[in-house]
Design a protein around this ligand. Structure first.
Ligand code: ADP
Ligand code: MG
Length: 567
C-alpha cells in the first residue's frame, strides 16, 4: 500500500486509497491533522503534533515548528541541546504519521507519495525525499501540492478539456497554480507563489491589534508568553461563526484581557495581505497566457481558505464562486493518496498522465561580445524557462569565445535575473576542448528535468564527441547512501512517544500549561485532579484509565473556562 502524505508547513496528514475513494488516516489522538511540530524531552522521547505544541508552551526551547520553510537549507534547529536540520525534524513528523498509518491500517506501510509546494526547487525536493527516507519510507514520488489537490477535486475525470486554478493559502505559504486537462493529460501550466504569506499573517494581525490595545510591547514578551498569546490569537481567528467580530481573550499577570475586532476592521487591516495575494495570481495568469475569464474552475486549498474574508476576496477577484467540495485542509493528502494508487495501477482509477512544470528558469552563464569587441561575462542565458512543462529536455549550443581557449566552464544556474551572479548556482561542469580559433569549438548543453524535478545537465563537445553529464547535487546537503544510513542510526536513539500513551500525555501537558497560567484555588484544583489522574495511570488498568481520562479532560475544560471567566 502506498499512502499519500501532505507534509505541510503548519499541518501534516496522511491518506490512503480505498475502493470508495481516498480516506484520511486519523492520528494517534484520533485527529485528522497533525501539526508539523516536534518536541524532544530529556529522555530522548520525541513528541510530534499537538502533543509537541502543548509541550512547547511549557518548554519552548525543546521544540520547533515551521521548519519546512528551511527545508534543504543548512539552518540548524536546537532542541534541548541537540541539533537537527529541517529535513530531520520533518522525518520525525513522517515517522509519527507512518506509525499511525500502520496502526490504523493494520499493516506495515513502507511506501509513500509526499507532496511539496510547486515552487520548491530541486534542493528542497530532494531534502523532502530524504526526510521520507530517514523516516523509513521508500518515497515513490514527490508530487506538487496543486497537482495533488486537483486530483482530489476529481478534475482528472473531466471529459472536456478544462483549465483550472488552484488557490492554496496555508499557514505560512501561498501557492497559485494553473492546470490544464486535455485528453487525459493534466498539465501544470504555471505556478507562482509567496513563501512568506499565509494564515500566520492573519493571526499576527489579530495578535498585534490585541497587544496594541492593551499596551503590551511585543518585544518584552518571553518566548513562552509569545507562544501563549499567539495561540490565543489563533483560536480567535478560527471563529468563523456568524459574529460580526473576532473576540480575542488572554490572561496576563492574573488579569483577564479581551479585544473585540470587527470583521470590517479586520478586512481593512488585511487589505495589504490581500494585495500581496493578487501578485502571484497575476503572474501565474500571465505566465500561462490566460485571462481570468478563461479559467473554468477555481479550487480552494489550505486551511486559511476557510476564512470568510478569504472566500469573499477570492469570489470578488475571480468574479465567481470557487469549488469547495473537498475539505481544503485535506485535498492535498487525498490527491497524493490517489496518485499513490495510480502508481499501483489500481483498476478503479482512470489512468492520467500527470505533468508538472519547472518552477524556476534554469540556464547558464555566458560571455557576450560588446561593441568595442570586449568580452563581458556574467550574462545569464536561459535554457529551460520557468513554467516549462516537465519532463522536459532542451539543448543549446555554445562556442568558444577566444582563440586558443581550451577550458570551458558550464555554470548551471537557477533564477530569473539577467545577470548570472544574481541567480542561484547549482554547480559547474568543466570541459577541456581542443586548442582552436574562437567560435570553432561547439559545445551542446542539454538540460533535462524529470518528473521528480531533478535536473540533469549534459555537455557534449562536437569535435571530439566527448560527453560529460552531471546530476545536480547540492554539495552542502546531499548525502550518500552510507551517510544517510549512518545518520539514521545516529537518530535511532530518539524514539517517537508510544502512541497508546499519547492521549494521556497530551492531557498531562495541558494540565502543566494550565498550572502555569492559573493561580490560587484553581491551581490547587489542578494539582488535585492531576494527582488523581496520575494515580490511576500508575494502576495500569486500561478501562479505568479511559474513564479517568474523560474525567480529567472535563476537569481541565472546566478549569480553562474558569480561567477565562476571570473568577
Ligand atoms: P499548511 O499547508 O501550511 O501546513 P494548512 O493548509 O493546514 O497549512 O493551513 C493552516 C492554516 O489554516 C493555519 O494558519 C490555520 O490557522 C488556518 N486555519 C485552519 N482552520 C481555519 C479556520 N477554520 N479559520 C481560519 N483559519 C483556519
Ligand atoms: Mg498545505
Amino acid at each position: 500500500m502506498i499512502i499519500g502524505i501532505d507534509l505541510g508547513t503548519t499541518n501534516s496528514l496522511a491518506a490512503y486509497y480505498t475502493e470508495d475513494g481516498p480516506r484520511i488516516i486519523p492520528n494517534r489522538l484520533g485527529e485528522r491533522l497533525t501539526p508539523s511540530a516536534v518536541s524532544i524531552d530529556e529522555n530522548d522521547q520525541v513528541y510530534v503534533g499537538k502533543t509537541a505544541l502543548e509541550r512547547m508552551a511549557v518548554h519552548p526551547d525543546e521544540g520547533a515548528s515551521l521548519f519546512k520553510r528551511s527545508m534543504g537549507s543548512r539552518k540548524e534547529f536546537h532542541l534541548g541541546g541537540r541539533t537537527f536540520s529541517a529535513e530531520e525534524l520533518s522525518s520525525f513528523v513522517l515517522r509519527s504519521l507512518k506509525e499511525d498509518a500502520e496502526y490504523y491500517l493494520g499493516q506495515e506501510v513502507t511506501e509513500a507519495v509526499i507532496s511539496v509546494p510547486a515552487y520548491f526547487n530541486d534542493i528542497k525536493r530532494k531534502a523532502t525525499k530524504r526526510a521520507g527516507e530517514l523516516a523509513g519510507f521508500k518515497v515513490e514520488r514527490i508530487i506538487s501540492e496543486p497537482t495533488a489537490a486537483a486530483i482530489a477535486y476529481g478534475l482528472y475525470q473531466k471529459k472536456d478539456s478544462t483549465r483550472f486554478l488552484v488557490f492554496d493559502l496555508g499557514g505560512g505559504t501561498f501557492d497559485v497554480s494553473i492546470l490544464e486537462l486535455d485528453d487525459d493529460i493534466m498539465e501544470v501550466r504555471a505556478v507562482a507563489g509567496d513563501n512568506y504569506l499565509g494564515g500566520e499573517d492573519f493571526t499576527n494581525l489579530i495578535l498585534d491589534t490585541f497587544l496594541e490595545e492593551h499596551h503590551i510591547d511585543k518585544n518584552s514578551l518571553s518566548e513562552k508568553e509569545r507562544l501563549y498569546f499567539r495561540n490565543q490569537a489563533e483560536k480567535c481567528k478560527c471563529q468563523n461563526g456568524a459574529d460580526s467580530f473576532f473576540r480575542m481573550q488572554a490572561v496576563r499577570n492574573g488579569e483577564r484581557l479581551e479585544s473585540l475586532i470587527t470583521r470590517r476592521d479586520f478586512d481593512k487591516k488585511a487589505a495589504q495581505l490581500f494585495d500581496r495575494i493578487k501578485q502571484p495570481v497575476r503572474r501565474s495568469l500571465a505566465d500561462a497566457g490566460v485571462r481570468i475569464s478563461e479559467i473554468d474552475e477555481i479550487v480552494l486549498v489550505g486551511g486559511t481558505t476557510k476564512m470568510p474574508a478569504v472566500r469573499k476576496f477570492v469570489g470578488k477577484l475571480f468574479g465567481r464562486l470557487p469549488d469547495t467540495s473537498v475539505n481544503p485542509d485535506e485535498a492535498v493528502a487525498l490527491g497524493a493518496a490517489i496518485q499513490g494508487a495510480m502508481k499501483e495501477r489500481r483498476e478503479s482509477i482512470r489512468e492520467v498522465i500527470l505533468t508538472d512544470v519547472c518552477p524556476f528558469t534554469l540556464g547558464t552563464e555566458v560571455s557576450i561580445r560588446t561593441e568595442g569587441d570586449r568580452l563581458e561575462s556574467n550574462h545569464f542565458c536561459p535554457i529551460l524557462e520557468r513554467n516549462t512543462v516537465i519532463p522536459a529536455s532542451r539543448t543549446e549550443k555554445f562556442y568558444t569565445v577566444y582563440d586558443h581557449q581550451t577550458q570551458v566552464d558550464i555554470h548551471i544556474l537557477q533564477g530569473e535575473s539577467r545577470f548570472a551572479s544574481n541567480n542561484v548556482s547549482l554547480g559547474t561542469i568543466s570541459l577541456t576542448v581542443p586548442d582552436n580559433k574562437a567560435g570553432e569549438e561547439e559545445i551542446s548543453v542539454t538540460y533535462t528535468y524529470d518528473v521528480n524535478a531533478l535536473l540533469e545537465v549534459e555537455a557534449k563537445i562536437k569535435s571530439t564527441g566527448e560527453t560529460v553529464t552531471k546530476l545536480i547535487k547540492n554539495q552542502e546537503s546531499d548525502m550518500t547512501l552510507e551517510q544517510m544510513q549512518a545518520r539514521m542510526k545516529e537518530l535511532s536513539y530518539l524514539k517517537i512517544h508510544p502512541r497508546d500513551q499519547e492521549p494521556n500525555k497530551v492531557l498531562l501537558l495541558r494540565g502543566e500549561r494550565l498550572y502555569e497560567e492559573a493561580t490560587g484555588e484553581l491551581r490547587e484544583q489542578l494539582e488535585a485532579v492531576t494527582r488523581q489522574f496520575e494515580y490511576i495511570l500508575d494502576k495500569q488498568d486500561p478501562d479505568r484509565i479511559a474513564e479517568a481520562r474523560k474525567d480529567y479532560e472535563e476537569a481541565l475544560d472546566w478549569i480553562e473556562e474558569e480561567l477565562w471567566s476571570g473568577q
